[in-house]
Design a binder for this molecule. Structure first.
Ligand code: ZN
Length: 312
């Protein structure tokens, strides 16, 4: 099992919580949960999800492909066959150098279009989508220059409906950004572009705004759950679990702020600039932090609080 510090280094992050984002300012989120429960909001949300039109996986993937074609030039990603990877690592000589170790793995990577990554239905009745990143880190050398990012599959929950393309669009953005080692300095910013793009996808795929409303509710529910987990378990949680929670909390807030700004832009060219900036990130020309700075989004501002109150 690789340790989280090594994985973050391997993926090119400089660390986490680098801007000292103040999570304690979000205390009011825990009070909101009780209010939401009283309103039976959760049941309402679940019913909305169950009312959505069912799709098959191919239809869902085609919708995401069309969306990405309209908005981005996607670049290829590295695919790895997990069995071959395990055998390759097992078969390596103990005295091999870190450079040779990564070089040997690089030889079995296959450059593919991200939509050609194997899509696997995970067998559970949910909307959960994830990408699998089976990286091996050479002990003591997590940031050797010739290391590459690679992926083995994308799993999708077997509740496949109109929301599935929105979640797959989220995962596609992870594939595109993570492929560029060092696309973000702070690990806690790792979900921002994926959450932002799922909102853009929902807006694009359903002009009635129903999908957008549902996805925003799901994100808000998740934000509150993650925050309660942070308040409850912050002293006992494994570091990795806590980091994932913190990344979701911060990224949900920043993505919401970014999306509010995008929506408020009246001119099409201004909106397009948000997409061009993300293209620059996936092309390795701009970091997530630079994109945020360009928009004046800094964690010191309490705008997050105002912005989130509007959406609950
Ligand atoms: Zn994500």
């Amino acid at each position: 099992m690789e340790c989280i510090d090594d994985i973050l280094k391997y993926e090119g992050y400089k660390g986490f919580h680098l801007d000292n984002f103040d999570f304690n300012k979000l205390q009011y989120l825990s009070g909101i949960e009780k209010k939401i429960n009283k309103k039976s909001d959760y049941i309402f949300l679940n019913n909305c999800i169950l009312d959505l039109e069912s799709l098959n996986l191919e239809e869902a993937i085609d919708i995401v492909k069309d969306f990405y074609k309209d908005y981005f030039n996607v670049h290829n990603i590295n695919f790895v066959n997990e069995t071959l990877l395990d055998e390759t690592v097992k078969g390596m000589n103990d005295n091999i150098s870190s450079f040779e170790f990564y070089d040997t793995i690089n030889k079995i990577l296959v450059s593919i279009n991200p939509f050609d990554l194997p899509f696997v239905i995970n067998g559970e009745y949910n909307l959960d989508s994830r990408i699998k990143i089976p990286i091996y880190v050479y002990s003591g050398y997590p940031n050797e220059k010739n290391r590459e990012m690679y992926f083995s599959k994308i799993t999708v929950g077997n509740l496949i409906n109109n929301l599935t393309p929105v979640f797959v669009a989220h995962e596609m953005m992870h594939l595109e950004t993570l492929s560029v080692i060092g696309y973000a300095d702070d690990y806690l910013n790792c979900e921002i572009l994926s959450i932002f793009i799922e909102k853009i996808a929902a807006l694009n795929m359903d002009k009635s705004l129903k999908l957008l409303k549902i996805i925003e509710k799901i994100r808000m529910r998740d934000l509150i759950e993650q925050y309660n987990k942070y308040l409850r378990d912050r002293h006992q949680l494994l570091e990795e679990d806590m980091l994932i929670s913190l990344a979701y909390i911060k990224s949900s807030l920043v993505a919401q702020k970014l999306f509010d700004m995008y929506i408020r832009e009246k001119r099409e060219e201004k909106r397009e600039q948000y997409i061009y900036d993300i293209q620059d990130v996936i092309d390795g020309k701009m970091k997530v932090e630079e994109l945020l700075l360009k928009r004046g989004i800094t964690s010191g501002k309490c705008e997050y609080l105002k912005c989130i109150r509007r959406h609950i």
